[in-house]
Design a protein around this ligand. Structure first.
Ligand code: SAH
Length: 469
């Protein structure tokens, strides 16, 4: 089983830093089902290729069968697993490139955050749904996809195609995103019987899918297949996805090709947390009488859209560091079809909150909704300076998770998102906000968002900063 990742970024050998694997060495990683090796078939300034090769030991594979280990329905010793990229490869990606997948690289933070020219090749991928499904899954994520069915035997084309596909992906994608795409979509394409039986698979899916799954047109199929078509897990995942973002209804609708979940929904549908958050922020902005608002880290533009829907907000700006987020925002806001009067109130631009930017200044209020926890703690001081020191709006609204509430999420094992650098207790957030307010001449008040647990507090905490003139 082989996967290669190439880049032509200059110097291309930086790939070694990003993957946390040195280009000069072959490295081995023992896995419960065999050995994963990482090596570099080419490593020059112009082009660098990292290969992940998986050698599956069928005996080890069988021996590790158990509740939490790979469980293959195929006959035990004779199966195609050793020869095809599949869910095991995804497991290896998850394990061997764990740090790279989280987008962390202290040596090259700016490269880890940037879209890089990447090429990914998988010579033999089991693919239920064929080359066409591979395209449907990867193209919306910004990949150019070449997927060709592998013939059963090249000597005998009349025998037809095997169920394998040679897959080549090309695109300008962040390396961490690329690895997460593979981590989720390889097993989805394989759709064999996986070991996905542990409830924390929901968590893994949500984390690996952060930033792309909720907006993916095939998210229903992806979620159902990834979770082995277990309706209960899939519903949990849909609820979590809805909470993160968009289009709850759509995500909850069963895909046509797959069986709908049979269990009736007993409880009244709860309002997703992200809706409550948006409503809380809107209400606060109205209460403060803000007319011009800048949404810092606007993501897919939900708040921006809601602000534009209310004429009292005369100037609305969304900023994000991620071009993909901005592209999604532009699509969701239907920017191309927006009436001129509305369009005139809106500005969207790319920017980083850790660098001073004149364009952030001149608003009544700035919103940092679920953003600070995405910033590395050592960079947080820069964000504070940029927002509270330079942009200096009359009001700043900050929301962030209350980590104390996390035990209330049934399947959550770590932080709420893959990309969160931290999550704070109420005391930690209060201390941070109080310190920042004092340092930059603001006063701060706190408000809970979402239904509070009597002991653990609300799911989201909000700080409302007001400049003291
Ligand atoms: N505010 C939105 C999105 C939250 S997700 C909402 O509540 O739905 C966090 C967003 O912050 C992401 O879109 C991410 O790209 C953006 N972000 C993270 N670090 C950033 C930085 N340093 N500068 C600008 N945007 C950043």
């Amino acid at each position: 089983m082989l996967l290669t990742i190439s880049t032509t970024v200059r110097p291309a050998t930086e790939l070694g830093f990003l993957l946390h694997k040195h280009p000069d060495r072959v490295q081995e990683f023992g896995q419960s089902y065999g050995t994963a090796r990482v090596f570099y078939p080419e490593a020059s300034e112009e082009r660098c290729t990292a290969a992940l090769m998986l050698e599956v030991d069928p005996v080890a594979l069988v021996r590790t069968r158990g509740r939490t280990s790979p469980d293959f329905s195929l006959s035990q010793y004779v199966n195609d697993r050793p020869y095809a990229a599949s869910s095991l490869l995804a497991v290896a990606i998850g394990d061997v490139f764990r740090t790279a997948r989280a987008g962390r690289c202290n040596a090259r933070p700016e490269l880890a955050a940037a879209a890089l020219p990447l090429e990914i090749t998988l010579p033999a991928m089991p693919c239920r749904g064929g080359a066409d499904l591979a395209r449907r899954l990867f193209e919306p994520l910004g990949w150019q996809v070449e997927a060709r069915a592998v013939p059963l035997d090249e000597q005998f084309p009349e025998w037809g195609d095997s169920r394998y596909v040679r897959l080549e992906l090309r695109g300008g994608v962040r390396l961490a995103d690329a690895l997460n795409h593979l981590y989720v979509l390889l097993p989805v394409l394989d759709d064999g019987k996986h070991y996905w039986i542990a409830p924390d698979e929901v968590d893994k899916l949500i984390r690996a899918g952060e930033g792309w799954l909720r907006g993916h047109p095939e998210r229903g199929l992806i979620t159902r297949r990834y979770l082995g078509r277990r309706p209960t897990l899939a519903r949990t995942a849909f609820a979590r996805l809805a909470e993160l973002g968009d289009e709850t209804e759509e995500a909850l609708e069963p895909a046509v090709e797959e069986e709908p979940a049979p269990e009736p929904q007993q409880e009244p549908k709860a309002v997703p947390l992200n809706t409550l958050r948006r409503e809380a922020v809107l209400a606060k902005l109205e209460e403060l009488g803000a007319a011009t608002v800048i949404d810092l880290g606007c993501g897919s533009g939900q708040l921006v859209g809601a602000l534009l829907g209310r004429p009292r907000f005369t100037r609305v700006t969304g900023v994000d560091v991620s071009p993909l987020a901005l592209a999604i925002a532009a699509r969701k806001l239907k920017l191309d079809r927006m009436p001129d009067t509305k369009r005139a109130r809106l500005t969207l631009f790319q920017g980083a909150l850790t660098y001073t930017d004149k364009r952030f200044a001149g608003y009544d209020a700035a919103v940092l909704m679920e953003v600070i926890e995405h910033v590395d703690p050592p960079r947080l001081a820069a964000l504070e300076r940029v927002v509270f020191g330079h942009a200096k709006p009359a009001h700043v609204l900050v929301t962030t998770p209350n980590v104390e509430y996390n035990p209330r999420y049934e399947f959550l094992t770590g932080l709420r998102h893959n990309d969160h650098r931290f999550e704070w207790t109420r005391a930690e957030f209060t201390a941070w906000a109080t310190r920042v307010a004092a340092e930059y001449g603001y006063r701060v008040a706190f408000a809970p968002v979402g239904e509070a647990d009597p002991e653990l507090g609300p799911p989201t905490q909000m700080g409302v900063f007001t400049h003291e003139h």
